[in-house]
Design a protein around this ligand. Sequence first.
Ligand SMILES: Cc1cc2nc3c(=O)[nH]c(=O)nc-3n(C[C@H](O)[C@H](O)[C@H](O)COP(=O)(O)O)c2cc1C
Length: 221
Amino acid sequence: MTVEEALIKRKSVRSFLKKEVEIEKIKKILDKAKHAPSGTNIQPWKAYVVSGQKQIDLTEKMVQAFRSGKEEKMEYQYYPKFFKEPFKHRRRETGLLLYSAIDIKREEKEKMKAQWEENYRSFGAPTVIYFTMDKSLETGSYLDYGMFIQSVALMATEVGLGSCIQAVLAQYPDIVREELGIKEDETVICGIALGYEDEDHKINSYRTPRVELEEFVTFVE
Ligand SMILES: Cc1cc2nc3c(=O)[nH]c(=O)nc-3n(C[C@H](O)[C@H](O)[C@H](O)COP(=O)(O)O)c2cc1C
């Protein structure tokens, strides 16, 4: 698979087969993704590979937190409080695509909530990698981190796995920290769900659009 093919093929997968992921595949993914660049090569990434009973326990604790209305305490500001255009529109369009793929209508709030809850179960993925970063590092390291996580997602594509990068998994960092034995000096960044795609599930049937080059590129001579 070429880089171009992997870039086009990768998409967020939100339903997985009940099939374990071979640990050798996970090791291969991380062993190649580690070649991602980082400013002055500091390599800020730290990964926790979670599967089996621990994955079930951790996700259920997050589901309970979500159901009980526990305060979300993400350790960095991922989104702005208010989105302006064109971001607002793109965001809404993405949500509509997802819900219409699974026949949930705008007014069906309970169904939407139930689908949102699946986020905390990583959509049934058998393996989830949680990413953390030392708290002494600064905003620049988030650039490095993005490159690393995209590399993980592209490698997953190459080895035949579906993936979904999930910021939602950093919403209850205290739960993640306790379950995985992560120290206080690490920021929980996000997670990535990994597994074999359930190709027959409607939620995996759509692709998100991208704006054309003319809309975001300026050629200057
Ligand atoms: C940093 C990051 C965090 C994300 N967090 C979530 C998440 O919590 N839940 C989710 O379902 N998708 C999440 N996504 C997936 C995006 O919604 C998705 O990448 C976007 O809609 C484009 O679709 P595609 O990945 O299929 O190309 C995240 C993506 C990124 C890059």
